[in-house]
Every structure is written in C-alpha cells, then in structure tokens.
Design a protein around this ligand. Structure first.
Ligand code: SAH
Length: 227
C-alpha cells in the first residue's frame, strides 16, 4: 500500500491488536505469535475495500462486520489465526469454503500459490469475484456453489479453510485434502458456539483432529438461501 493510503495508520494499529489477541489466546491455540507471512498478508490486504461503503470507517476495528444477506466478514484476528494455522509456505493450492466478501481469500492469496473459493449465495460470490479481480488478486478463483461438495476438479488441496460452520467435518472435504494437508474448520451447531478445529491428514491418509478455540460463525447451509 502507498504511504498516502488513508487507512495505513488504522491497519497498523489493527496489526498490534491482532498480536495482542494472539498472546491472549496462546493457551488455547498453542501459538503466541503468528508468522511474518501471516502478518504481512494482514498488512497488505485493504480490508476497507471488502466491507459495505457505510462500514468503511469501522473496517479496521477488530470485529466481524455485516456484508449483507445475513452474512459477516470475520473478525481480523480470526482471519489471521485461521490463516496461520494452515502453515502455508507460498506454493500451496488452497480451498476456501464461504467466500463472503472475498477478504479471507485475498489474505490467503498472499500466503499460498493458488486459492479456490466457493460461495453459496450467488450475489455475494459474484460481487466477491468482481472485487478480487478489480484489486488484482489474479491467483484466486471464485465459484458459486455448495461447499459441502468441495471442488473435485481441482482436488487434491494442500490446505482447506472453512469459514462457515458445519455440524461435522464434510466428508468430501476430507477426501479432497492431500495427504500431509491441513484443514481449519469451525465445527458445531448453528446459532451456538462452535469449536475451531484443526484437521491434519497424515501421509498415510490418517486423519487427526485438534480443538483450537471456541468461536462463533454463521452456519454452513445445505442449500442456497434466498438471494
Ligand atoms: N470468508 C468470508 C466470510 C465468511 S461468512 C470473508 O472473508 O468475507 C460465511 C460465508 O459462507 C457466507 O457468505 C455464506 O453465504 C457462506 N456459506 C454458507 N454455507 C455455505 C456452503 N454450503 N457453501 C459455500 N458457502 C457457504
């Protein structure tokens, strides 16, 4: 971002708050700081370009924000945490479920090789696709569809991030995760607290599951809500 970016100071302050949250939650997450790659990505993405015009002034508050259709763009700290938990090095093929505004996909695009993201609400998916293109995120592909099915034509994925909460880990996503891959997903009932869960698939295909943090996400729905 250029020095004359009017949001630069707010973004810098937000990074400090994310670092503080990381320290405060280290007991649960096992990470008292996030990697430079994660923090650089958080510093690079213009979050104000992903919220509604009237919410631009609060874009860098460390809170979720509404994006229409009853959906929300996640809290910046949660975006950073989920990104960090995937341990990406820059070359990976990543699948995101729940494109929403496209913000998380933009963050992932800085830390991965290719990002594939699926949104079930058509108007949100199309708007995110347009926004990401306008901002120059060339390594992100958006699909309007049902995330429970994953993206079989592009599988396997080195990492998967689910940003809406299913009640249990979708089978198709486990299948589409490469051996050695990691998935981060909030698991739990709708309109309740969920548990952010790390799923690791070993090289021989064995799946292990680890609870990371209590979180609150919108539900991962089974069919498209009305547009
Ligand atoms: N990652 C987004 C925020 C996600 S909010 C961002 O950075 O802005 C959760 C999103 O998941 C919503 O947009 C919702 O419509 C979508 N969603 C819910 N169920 C889904 C499903 N089955 N498949 C794909 N997307 C889904």
């Amino acid at each position: 971002m250029a020095d004359d970016d009017p949001f630069a100071e707010k973004r810098r302050r937000l990074l400090g708050e994310i670092e503080q949250d990381a320290r405060d939650t280290a007991f649960w997450t096992g990470r008292k700081a996030f990697s430079d790659r994660t923090m650089d990505a958080m510093a690079a993405v213009p979050r104000h370009a992903f919220v509604r015009d009237e919410d631009e002034v609060v874009a860098y508050v460390n809170r979720p924000q509404p994006i229409g259709h009853g959906q929300t763009i996640s809290q910046p700290y949660i975006v950073a945490l989920m990104t960090d938990m995937l341990d990406l090095t820059g070359t990976e093929k990543v699948l995101e479920i729940g494109t929403g505004s496209g913000y998380q996909a933009a963050v992932l695009s800085h830390v991965a090789g290719q990002v594939f993201t699926i949104e079930i609400v058509e108007s949100l998916g199309l708007a995110a696709e347009k926004r990401l293109k306008a901002l120059g995120y060339a390594n992100v592909q958006v699909r309007v569809g049902d995330g429970y099915l994953g993206w079989p034509e592009q599988a396997p994925f080195d990492a998967i991030m689910v940003t809406a909460a299913p009640e249990k880990i979708p089978e198709a996503l486990i299948r589409q995760l490469r051996p050695g891959g990691r998935m981060i997903v909030p698991i739990g009932r709708a309109h309740d607290r969920q548990t952010l869960t790390l799923v690791v698939k070993s090289m021989d295909g064995k799946v292990t599951i680890e609870s990371v943090l209590p979180v609150a996400f919108v539900p991962m729905v089974n069919k498209s809500p009305p547009n």
